[in-house]
Design a protein around this ligand. Structure first.
Ligand code: PXG
Length: 426
């Protein structure tokens, strides 16, 4: 099992066998509130009939078609829909099957772009400490969670910005006040490596897996300015932040900062089907199309057997329809202040050293027990599951990302259970 203590799991298994709305059910028939929307992907809740019907119709009509050299209309339809909701000038879509593939696709795209612009030396990739961009080689290299890297050697040529978790920002509500100057570290990396060697900077608008690390006020805009000034591409990994988590379709819109490339997955299909996408600005697309190559040459030798899979596309189109008809993003904006008040009411409970939130996402950070930083969150996760709510333990944090369809009473219940469990945990 992925990212699981497999030996421990064998002795203490946990199973989910059903899902409906904001609830999972276990094989024993217990109902469990889904406090992380799956793994940040099922904001619309489980078992949405509109998606089920769209997928089953598409399975019957066209279950698969080869994406190399042959198009399927539904993939173009989905690309058009994404272009409509993406920030201005981000208007060309490449389909992948996961967030990890989106990360590696965007990094390869950035390197190829500079080569086509006559600057083949621009290959270095800059990530950020505590960042997460999936588990493929590119994403692992730019990723900033030490435990995910140490087994695998040095991977690609990268450097990292510092993370933005500052002690003086502890218990900030929403975007913290301090730390905009951390973006200026890019100046130092440019001084060290020279912009002629740097292809791209990749960051999550807020880091999800790292424990809901929210950008300091002004930080992303500063990073954007510096990337523009030095001719470095800016990639936003919106695998978690895309599709509503911050109250807009994309965090780029919430934070009013437009990157050159946006990576997506998860909420694209409401988690129902493995699919990701990379959206690039028109100048990047144009650089590929304007190469001096014979027309029959392949412009971007990259892609997957399942790129633009027709059934995944049908799931994504039905999902995008639901975000509109449910008025999901407005609902998130409406619920977010309630969520913020509720999560910050946990301040003062034993061992909590920080509480962070943005949109409908939040994290509680815990002091280590002895030398072990992860044991408390793990125990809390297990006890919450027993008590009927699923929350995620990651590192020294408990992470929350309730479904967008959550009712206030359900959030109350989530926080009541969490509070009881934290108090009962040594
Ligand atoms: N980028 C970001 C920002 C992610 O959060 C990926 C890429 C990789 O996506 P795939 O689809 O290849 O897993 C992710 C995935 C957690 C958690 O609990 C987060 C993810 C996956 C599993 C657990 O925080 N994010």
């Amino acid at each position: 099992m992925p990212f699981t203590s497999n030996r421990h799991f064998k002795r203490n298994p946990l199973f989910i066998s059903g899902g409906q709305g904001a609830y999972y059910s276990t094989p024993e028939g217990k109902q469990v509130f889904d406090g992380l929307s799956g793994l940040w992907c099922c904001g619309l809740g489980h078992g949405r009939t509109e998606i089920v019907n769209a997928v089953s119709r598409q399975m019957a009509q066209l279950d698969y078609s080869p994406a190399f050299n042959v198009g399927s209309p539904i993939a173009f339809e989905l690309a058009d829909r994404l272009k409509q909701i993406a920030p201005e000038n981000l208007n060309h879509v490449f389909f992948t099957n996961s967030g990890s593939e989106s990360a590696d696709t965007s990094l390869k795209m950035a390197r190829a772009y500079w080569r086509m612009k006559g600057q083949p030396g621009k290959t270095k990739l800059i990530g950020r400490s505590k960042g997460y961009h999936g588990v493929n080689l590119g994403g692992t290299s730019v990723g900033g969670i030490g435990g995910n890297r140490k087994l695998f050697g040095s991977c690609l040529d990268t450097d990292h910005l510092s993370h933005t978790l500052l002690r003086e920002n502890a218990f900030s509500r929403g975007l913290p006040e301090n730390g905009v100057e951390l973006a200026d570290e890019l100046e130092e990396l440019v001084a060290l490596h020279d912009a002629s060697n740097i292809a791209a900077v990749i960051v999550e608008p807020f880091s999800g897996s790292g424990g809901v690390i929210v950008p300091p006020q002004g930080y992303l805009k500063r990073l954007r300015e510096l990337c523009t000034r030095h001719g470095v591409l800016l990639v936003f990994d919106e695998v978690i932040t895309g599709f509503g988590r911050t109250g807009q379709a994309f965090a780029a819109q919430t934070f009013d900062t437009t990157p050159d490339i946006i990576n997506l997955a998860k909420g694209l299909t409401n988690g129902t089907f493995p699919m990701g996408a990379v959206i690039a600005k028109s100048e990047i697309y144009a650089a590929f199309m304007e190469q001096e190559l014979p027309e029959e040459a392949v412009e971007f030798p990259h892609g997957y057997t399942y790129s633009g899979h027709p059934v995944a596309c049908s799931a994504a189109l039905a999902t995008l329809d639901l975000y509109e008809t449910d008025q999901t993003y407005a609902r998130v904006r409406q619920l977010a202040p309630y969520f913020e008040d509720a999560i910050h009411q946990l301040k003062g409970l034993p061992h909590i050293t920080d509480i962070r939130n943005v949109g409908l996402a939040g994290a509680l950070q815990f002091a280590p027990r002895g030398a072990n930083p992860t044991i408390r969150p793990y125990e809390i996760f297990r006890k919450c599951f027993e008590a009927g709510v699923y929350v995620r333990c990651g590192g020294n944090t408990i992470q929350l990302a309730p479904p967008f369809i959550s009712e206030k009473e359900e959030l109350d219940n989530l926080f009541n259970i969490l509070s009881d469990v934290i108090q009962a945990t040594a």
